[in-house]
Structure formats: C-alpha cells, structure tokens
Design a protein around this ligand. Structure first.
Ligand code: GLY
Length: 342
C-alpha cells in the first residue's frame, strides 16, 4: 500500500473511532457516586506524616484523572517543598550547622529508572532536579555543586531557602550546639502539629504502575555535606513494579545501615503484607543495635501491588497519609517502643 493510501485508511479509521467515542460518551450518564471521573480502584497514594495529606491531594489531581504515578508523586511532594512553614523539606528547611539549607531527594518509576540529588543548595524543587537526572542523564545521582550547576543549566532558579524563622532557630541552636536528633519533634510543637523530617510518597496509578519520591532538608544542624537516607535508592525509597514500593523517615543513618526501603520491598516479595514488612525492617534496626534503636525514630511506609498499605515505626508518633478512591485519611503507625498498648 502506498503511503498516501495508508494515510487515507488511517484517517478514516480515526474518524470512525472518534464518532463511536462521541456516541458512547453522549450515552453515558455521570455516576454521582464518583468524585473523580476516571478513577479505577487501583489508584492509591500514601505518604509520610500528616503533612502528606495535602501532598496526596495534589498527587490525586494526577492519579484521579488517570495520570501516571511518576507525575503524581513529583507533583505531590512539591507541595511541602514549596511550603516555607514546613521546616523539614525544601524552602524553609532547617539548615546545617553552618546555616546552609541542603536538600536530598530521589525519585523512581515503574521501570526501575531512578534519579537523585544530594546536598543540593538554593533550589526549592529538589525532586524535579532528581527527575531530570533520571530523564536527561545516564547517571542516578548528582551531588553538591554539581547538582546545583546541573539544575541551573536546566532552567531552575537560584533562591534563598533559609527563612527568617529557620535562621532564628539555628542561631538559638548555635548557643549550645547540641547535636542530638529529637525523637518525634512534632509532639513538641504547638498544637501537636507534625513538622518532622522527610516526605516519602509512593503511589500506584490506574494502570497498576508504581512510582515513588522522597525529599528532605535532612537532619537539622547536620555537618555540612552530610547525606541521609532520603536520596539513596534502596534506603529512603525503593520501587519494584512487580511487588510494591516503600519509603522511610527518621534518622537516615539507621535506615542506610539496613538499606531499609529495599528490605521492606524484599519482605513483601516473600509474601508479607506491607505492615508486617515494615515491622520486620524496624526489628532489623533493633537487632543490629538495641540500645541505639531506643534513642531514635525511624518509620517505614509501604504499598503493595494489590493497593494494600501499611507502616511501622521504632517510636510512637509516626503518622502517614493515605488517599485512594474511597479514603482520605491520616493514620498513626504502630511502633515497637510505645507507652500505649498496640
Ligand atoms: N530521613 C532523613 C534524613 O535522615 O536525612
């Protein structure tokens, strides 16, 4: 068949399909039960802490209209990154001991493609730089000045991420320079508002594909150049589209030592449900160093291919947010160390 005849045949087929589509659409009455028109049961997004609820809502604007999980998680975590009142992620994040805000972030898709930045300064949306590393370079991870250079070359704007509030608190901290992570710092804040550490988000879209994103300003008043678990694929985040996805929050060093998120996914591969997989990873941290484990917080959050989710933490106080076609909730994770009965 000549190219011209092929083109005419294709045009006729396309017109017929469009007409059929139009008729079908006109005969389909909207179902008032459905808040989002394209949602299928599979779509779900989960993220760490209660501030994840707002991030999930942004992710849902993608998932709820049939979009890709990768786009959803990027859009979702950009919400706390841009929030100057969230002092653990992006703009307004607490600085290192030298007063510099340095960001860690990573992203991973359903094809095991991944990208990451660490110790990135001056760029609000570290997650979008991580995505560009994944999509535009043959590398997985770019750090420090190189990450900033890469971001600027790709059109990102240089900004001051240190807000007045975070600067004031840092100057207060300098008076004692005590370097000890505060367990569940959110309990100490007015109104019990969570403001602790890292957003990790994992999602499954209506095609059953999974992606994840993780972004943080890291441990407050860390040594300049310190990198936590959040930008490390396998530690702060892992996605295996055959099995499920997991992410973590808390003291990154403990997570890196057990390659925590990958471990959670492997526990799911062995047949464990998400909560059990997270609990087993937490128990691995305790087994490695029981005394140290009592002093720090680590929480894991996981999602499997059935859309089931679960979390577990070392200490009580770790919350996580869930959004799917049926629920939009914040839950408290169970923990090993707790004053309350589980
Ligand atoms: N989980 C964040 C950090 O340790 O930097």
């Amino acid at each position: 068949m000549s190219d011209r005849r092929k083109f005419i045949k294709l045009s006729m087929l396309t017109s017929a399909a469009l007409l059929a589509g139009k008729k079908l659409f006109a005969n389909t009455a909207p179902d008032p039960e459905y808040k989002y028109p394209v949602v299928k049961d599979a779509a779900v997004v989960v993220s760490t802490w209660d501030f994840g609820k707002e991030a999930n809502a942004a992710a849902w604007t993608v998932l709820g209209t049939g979009g890709r999980a990768l786009d959803a998680v990027e859009k979702g975590v950009k919400v706390p990154e841009a929030d100057p009142n969230n002092q653990s992620v992006g703009l307004g994040g607490r600085p290192d001991r030298d007063g510099k805000v340095t960001l860690d972030a990573c992203i991973m898709d359903e094809n095991s493609k991944c990208g990451s930045v660490a110790a990135l300064e001056h760029i609000v949306h570290a997650i979008s730089v991580a995505r560009l590393v994944m999509e535009k370079t043959p590398h997985v991870m770019i750090v420090g000045d190189g990450a900033l250079q890469f971001a600027l070359e790709n059109g990102f704007k240089k900004e001051n991420l240190l807000t007045e509030k975070s600067e004031k608190e840092w100057k207060e901290w300098l008076k004692t320079s005590q370097y000890k992570p505060v367990k569940n710092i959110e309990n100490a804040l007015p109104g019990g508002k969570s403001n602790h550490d890292t957003i990790g988000m994992v999602a499954m879209d209506s095609n059953g594909n999974m992606s994840g994103a993780c972004t943080t300003s890291g441990m407050a008043y860390k040594l300049h150049g310190r990198v936590g678990d959040s930008p490390i694929i396998g530690a702060g985040l892992y996605v295996d589209n055959e099995v499920g996805a997991a992410t973590s929050t808390g003291v990154g060093e403990e997570v890196i030592r057990i390659v925590g998120s990958h471990l959670v996914v492997e526990f799911m591969r062995q047949g464990n449900d998400p909560e059990t997989a997270c609990r087993k990873a937490v128990e691995r941290i305790i087994a490695r160093n029981p005394a140290a484990a009592k002093e720090v917080q680590v929480g894991f959050l996981a999602l499997n291919k059935k859309g089931q989710y679960g979390a577990y933490a070392l200490q009580e106080g770790f919350s996580y947010s869930v959004k799917n076609g049926k629920v939009e909730e914040v839950y408290q994770a169970k923990s090993v160390f707790s004053s309350k009965k589980q």
